[in-house]
Write a protein that binds this ligand. Structure first.
Ligand code: OSB
Ligand code: MG
Length: 366
């Protein structure tokens, strides 16, 4: 297909409740959307970068700049496919979230034109996926337990607690007591150092599914140390920037379960590649989330429907994040979300809300 224009839409969406992690407190989602216009039709992709470079080095204004200056111009007026996009833009080092947003928009345009759904394109086998929910750091234990109870009542099949030094053993113990044997896992978002290994070993008492990313992105070695010191499986998130890094981390014993996030890895094509490699190695994977709107969520749910996604994902219902979603809402049914089957991502962008929530004028690269 020939790319005629790349539009960038930036909107502000208030979260239904603050989401606090070791890297800060989010009150709203600053969302960057990529809309590609091509000779076969249009497509949408959601950029998962946060407003600030606190989860990874990427951030919304940086993604906006790299798309406007480099990635957009590299594809305008050219014959491009979702499959050829990575090669055409490999001269830009990194910036995977920005690249993923464009690649997803291209894939949306291309699969809509060919009459395929994302689920079919990825090779998904399931019609619905098991859902977990990621619970932020709370001001106190009572607030935390009330939020967790809400999610248990809604039917979520797994709870994930954000932890950091000073907010770990106590909240985990309290939530374990509350939820009985419902699957539970924790995510540290790099808040610890290898000096905390003895402390983290105390988490073994709570029968957790896994501990996600205790140490910084670049530090595979400390995850190897932790992994051999505790019973709880160690699962990398931030560190997994592509399939090669993941396979290396698996081989070194740093991660025995993998969190797959397409945005973090440069796109869904690379995410499917990692899934396929993990399936072959019998390494369980699950689908991470980045507080996506319905646009990004649709693609995540399709990805999570692949065979190797054997653990519940951070694929929560729209209402866990937003009072109103940018697409038709994703609604939990018995702890699961139905995989969209329509062409492309299978969801439609509500342009009335896009206009209403716009935070900066549309930027068009052509
Ligand atoms: O580390 O998984 C993470 C949200 C933003 C950035 C990083 C992470 C998260 C979450 C929320 O845990 C997952 C979700 O519900 O989308
Ligand atoms: Mg994480």
């Amino acid at each position: 297909m020939r790319v005629e224009a790349v539009e960038l839409h930036r909107i502000a969406m208030p979260l239904v409740r603050p989401f606090e992690t070791s890297f800060g407190r989010q009150l709203a989602r600053d969302v960057l959307l990529v809309h590609v216009l091509t000779d076969v039709g249009d497509g949408w992709g959601e950029c998962v970068a946060m407003a600030d470079p606190v989860y990874s080095s990427e951030f919304v204004a940086g993604c906006d700049a790299v798309i406007t200056t480099y990635l957009g111009p590299a594809i305008i007026g050219r014959e491009v496919t979702a499959e050829s996009f990575a090669g055409l833009t490999q001269f830009v080092i990194g910036h995977r979230m920005a690249k993923a947003a464009i690649e997803t928009a291209l894939l949306d345009a291309q699969t809509r034109a060919s009459g395929q759904s994302f689920a079919q394109y990825f090779g998904a086998t399931r019609e619905a996926v098991d859902c977990g929910v990621s619970v932020g750091i709370a001001p106190d234990l009572d607030t935390l337990l009330a939020e967790v109870q809400l999610y248990v009542d809604e039917g979520y099949r797994r709870i994930k607690l954000k932890i950091k030094p000073g907010w770990d053993l106590e909240p985990v113990r309290a939530v374990r007591d509350l939820i009985g044997d419902l699957p539970l896992q924790v995510d540290a978002n790099t808040a610890y150092t290898v000096a905390d290994v003895d402390h983290l070993r105390e988490l073994d008492a709570f029968g957790l599914l896994l501990i996600e990313q205790p140490f910084i992105e670049e530090d595979i070695a400390s995850h190897v140390v932790l992994s051999s010191a505790i019973e709880t499986p160690v699962c990398l998130d931030e560190s997994i920037v592509n399939t090669d890094v993941a396979l290396d981390a698996i081989e070194r014993g740093a991660t025995t379960i993998v969190n797959i996030k397409a945005g973090r890895m440069g796109g869904y094509l690379e995410a499917v590649r990692l899934h396929d490699a993990c399936l072959e190695l019998e390494i369980p994977v699950w689908c991470g989330g980045m507080l996506e709107t319905g646009i990004g969520r649709a693609a995540n749910v399709a990805l999570a429907a692949l065979d190797g996604f054997t653990l519940p994902g951070d694929t929560s219902g729209s209402s866990r994040y937003f009072a109103e979603d940018l697409t038709e809402p994703f609604v939990l049914d018995d702890g699961r979300l139905v995989v969209p089957r329509g062409v492309g991502s299978g969801v439609e962008v509500r342009t009335d809300l896009l206009t209403q929530w716009r935070s900066t004028p549309v930027v068009t690269v052509r």
